[in-house]
Design a protein around this ligand. Structure first.
Ligand code: ASP
Ligand code: MG
Length: 469
């Protein structure tokens, strides 16, 4: 459906009755013009609250569970009252009650077991989006629009990696063709839950935190949408985090590859996996601000018109760890050690943010997210238990006092001198460079520095490359 517009509203854009009303205004005016499908996040902080309730349950803290349930109930009840007139409230509140009692049933189960099976967690936390989509659909209906709430479980088919599932695109396409396309052709307006899906045999899954962006791109791709608009609370994708850099500016246009690199390296606007499903189809994406409709937003496209030479943006990440694997003896092959380390990382389901090796001794280091550290270490120690016991490998070293700066731009390719300027700018701030990574695509330069140097280095690179307004 080439004229279809898929829109996604993030948690802050769904955060209160007032915000849902503004989002509904946008939906209503778009829906008048063209067929649309809407994907929503849970109301802001609701997924965190659901997870906290489950943590209380696992820890046997019944009072904590009850308190969370009461807060979740109050938040959605209040929103329902503010958003709907009394007859519509009377129809909708029981639906919200049913959804929340499904969550309660799982939370009480976890409380009894003292354990949180990943599969039950996924079923439980998808409730946030079911509540918000119900509210939004009810509100649109009360304005006379033929909207309906849809649980993405019915459409988005995924593998069984609970908590971080990946879509099975062909199966999803088939379901979308059966469940969604007829409604869209009839100009109905589906309000679909972001974040969740289910396996082929119907077990509920989620796509990872912040995964509603990904839900939207999956659906845009399988529905052959004309465009995807992602509504959040910032004006678009910026040249740097404006909290760190005062003259950071909104980028009018960037490429899929640049946006994916920025997201992967810590920019918060888009979930890192969002762009992949759109790339083969060349579906353009807009990142827009539902709090500032006058701002044009950032357009993400396959290629930009004659982009500038040099980087487009700089991001940083501090919740990372630098892990070093260091052979103690030249009797073992460094290359084999590297291969086995990467195998262990894959088993741990960890993402390698940067990887470098340069020494004759063939020691090498890689950067991962701190959250993934425990399982990475466990898998590395298991893989190398013999070498570690016999001293063929030095103990695996973990440095937590590090941060990553990533400088991103298609325009860096083939231009000598940029890396030199970047390193000089960082050094001029008295920030020591611990590790460097640049792939041959020359799309991103990753620089690892001490945590205390991250902000200074971001500002220095931003200024040196004249990325600001
Ligand atoms: N509600 C989910 C989360 O907070 C998904 C999303 O908002 O994108 O992670
Ligand atoms: Mg989000």
């Amino acid at each position: 459906m080439k004229d279809l517009l898929v829109m996604k509203f993030g948690g802050t854009s769904m955060g209160s009755a007032e915000r849902i009303r503004s989002a509904a205004d946008i939906c209503a005016s778009v829906h008048k013009e063209r067929p649309a499908a809407v994907i929503v996040s849970a109301m802001s902080k609701v997924t965190d609250m659901l997870l906290e309730a489950l943590r209380h349950a696992e820890g046997g803290d019944e009072r904590g569970v009850d308190e969370m349930l009461a807060r979740l109930d109050a938040r959605h009840r209040e929103c329902c009252q503010q958003l709907l007139d009394p007859p519509a409230q009377a129809d909708t509140q029981p639906v919200l009650d049913d959804i929340l009692s499904e969550f309660e049933r799982i939370a009480r189960g976890v409380l009894m077991l003292g354990e949180r099976p990943p599969r039950s967690v996924d079923e439980a936390i998808a409730v946030g989006e079911r509540l918000s989509s119900t509210l939004m659909a009810a509100h649109l209906q009360s304005r006379g629009i033929d909207a309906f709430a849809l649980n993405a479980r019915e459409v988005v088919v995924t593998d069984a990696v609970f908590g971080n599932a990946s879509p099975l695109i062909e199966q999803t396409r088939e379901k979308a063709a059966n469940f969604l396309a007829p409604a869209l052709q009839a100009r109905r307006l589906p309000i679909i839950t972001g974040f969740n899906g289910s396996t082929l045999d119907g077990r509920p899954t989620t796509l990872g935190r912040g995964g509603s962006d990904f839900s939207a791109s999956i659906l845009a791709s399988v529905l052959d949408a004309g465009e995807l608009w992602i509504w959040s609370d910032v004006d678009g994708i910026m040249s740097a985090d404006p909290r760190l850099v005062s003259d950071a500016k909104v980028l009018n246009e960037i490429t899929y590859r640049e946006a994916a690199e920025l997201a992967y390296n810590g920019a918060k606007v888009l979930h890192p996996r969002t762009l992949a499903p759109l790339m083969e189809k060349d579906i353009p994406v807009w990142s827009k601000n539902s709090f500032n409709l006058d701002a044009p937003g950032t357009r993400i496209v396959p290629e930009t018109r004659e982009g500038p030479i040099g980087p487009r943006a700089v991001t940083s990440m501090v919740n990372v760890a630098l892990v070093t694997v260091d052979p103690a003896s030249s009797a073992i092959s460094g290359t084999r050690i590297m291969a086995r380390s990467l195998e262990a990382l894959a088993t741990a389901n960890a993402e390698v943010l940067a990887l470098t090796s340069s020494s004759y001794r063939q020691n090498f280091c890689f950067l991962i997210r701190t959250a993934e550290l425990p399982s990475v270490i466990e898998n590395l120690e298991a893989a190398f238990s013999i070498e570690l016991t016999h001293g063929y490998l030095h103990p695996i070293d973990v440095d937590l006092d590090v941060g990553l700066i990533a400088i991103v731009g298609e325009g860096m390719k083939g231009h000598p001198g940029l890396a030199g300027r970047i390193f000089t700018a960082i050094s001029a701030q008295d920030v020591n460079i611990i590790a460097i990574a640049q792939g041959s695509s020359e799309l991103t330069i990753g620089v690892v520095v001490r945590k205390s140097g991250v902000e200074k280095a971001v500002r220095a690179v931003h200024a040196e490359c004249r990325l600001g307004a």
